[in-house]
Ligand binder design. Structure first.
Ligand SMILES: [Zn+2]
Length: 367
């Protein structure tokens, strides 16, 4: 594949204390900002954020996020800001808040700014927004014409969030290299501007993401449990957010996300975080693609050390019937699903077999 395309956020800033220094960043993008903020973040940091924006002379309209990224919420925020024409639309919070801000920016115009307060997914840097239905079930990914103009992450804020979010982000990032390799081997298109060949930069970033996870994940989680920031924490925040984000957008996803989406039709999995289910799906990719046992052992061991799911029970599906799992496998193979970029024979039977094989290996290893 000789033609290629690369997409990324225009700028990424990761620095301790940055949540209190948003004013100059937004002032540089224009005089006004529409801010969509998580209620919890607003109560913890709202005063700090307001003071910084006021000092920088940015005219702000702040709207508290309702909790779900669906069309009704996008309309609610857009109409509340009617007539404002903000210079920037700023999401401050978790992945759904940031994706909602991206979709609002499509309606109102303005630069897109993502202030990520957790490192639980690779959503912030990408030009995609995952839209849901009001009840929380997945609607579809929306491919936006532009990536965020600015992504800001404050490690002091990230380590104050429950450590489960950081671990889930590691599970999401774990898929990045393994799915990039699927896409390279199956010669699939990436997610940049309607789909292009994979650039060398994308593969290098995905590989770097994997190396950082293998080296620093355990140390970062230990530090984050104490609520302290170490270099390992800083490295893992970059891997989860920037490296994983650029990696998946420029290389593509495969069955780790496809099986995540398929199993997510089963209500038992709804209490689990995106990255937790993606980690289980990543193990399924290794089985589907017939990767060496040594690699399976390495990734199983990595997940076990961090408490990432390696069994159906751990993704909430311990009681799922064979028919349910079969429906999940079929849902992982609907047209357009990322599973099709996996470098393997892909039928409901092969996908179901991979799910059951991972579960059996996971249970055997746990004893
Ligand atoms: Zn993901």
């Amino acid at each position: 594949m000789s033609e290629r395309g690369f997409g990324s956020c225009a700028r990424y800033i990761q620095r301790r204390g940055e949540i209190g220094r948003l004013g100059p960043h937004l002032a540089a993008l224009g005089p006004s900002a529409l801010v969509v903020i998580d209620p919890f973040i607003d109560s913890a940091y709202g005063a700090l954020i307001d003071a910084s924006l006021a000092e920088a002379g940015v005219k702000v309209q702040k709207i508290v996020f309702g909790g779900e990224c669906w069309t009704g919420e996008v309309q609610r925020i857009t109409s509340a800001a009617a007539g404002m024409l903000p210079a920037s639309v700023v999401g401050i919070g978790g992945g759904k808040t940031l994706d909602t801000a991206k979709l609002v920016a499509q309606e109102t115009g303005g630069r897109i700014v993502c202030v990520a307060t957790v490192a639980s997914t690779d959503a912030p840097t990408s030009g995609l927004a995952m839209r849901y239905h009001q009840d929380g079930s997945t609607d579809r990914p929306i491919f936006l014409p532009r990536n965020p103009d600015l992504v800001i992450v404050d490690p002091d804020v990230v380590v104050k969030a429950p450590v489960r979010f950081l671990i889930a982000g590691i599970g999401d990032a774990l898929s990045t290299w393994i799915e990039a390799r699927s896409n390279r081997d199956s010669r699939s298109k990436n997610y940049v501007g309607g789909g292009h060949g994979m650039p060398i930069a994308g593969m290098a970033i995905a590989r770097a993401c994997h190396e950082v996870l293998m080296r620093d994940a355990q140390g970062a989680v230990a530090a984050a449990r104490l609520g302290v920031v170490t270099p390992a924490v800083e490295n893992i925040i970059e891997a989860n957010t920037l490296l994983s984000g650029l990696g998946f957008e420029n290389c593509g996803c495969s069955a780790a996300h496809g099986i995540h989406n398929g199993l997510s039709i089963l209500p038992g999995s709804h209490g689990k975080l995106h990255g937790e289910k993606v980690a289980f799906g990543t193990l399924c990719v290794l089985v589907l693609e017939d990767r060496p046992q040594s690699e399976l052992d390495e990734i199983f061991g990595f997940c076990e050390a961090l408490g990432l799911p390696t069994t159906l029970e751990a993704v909430g599906l311990g009681d799922a019937s064979p028919e349910d799992l079969r429906r999940g496998a079929e849902a992982a193979l609907v047209p357009g699903e990322a599973t099709h970029a996996t470098h393997a024979e892909l039928t409901p039977e092969t996908v179901l077999a991979a799910i059951l094989a991972v579960d059996a290996m996971g249970r055997a290893r746990l004893g």
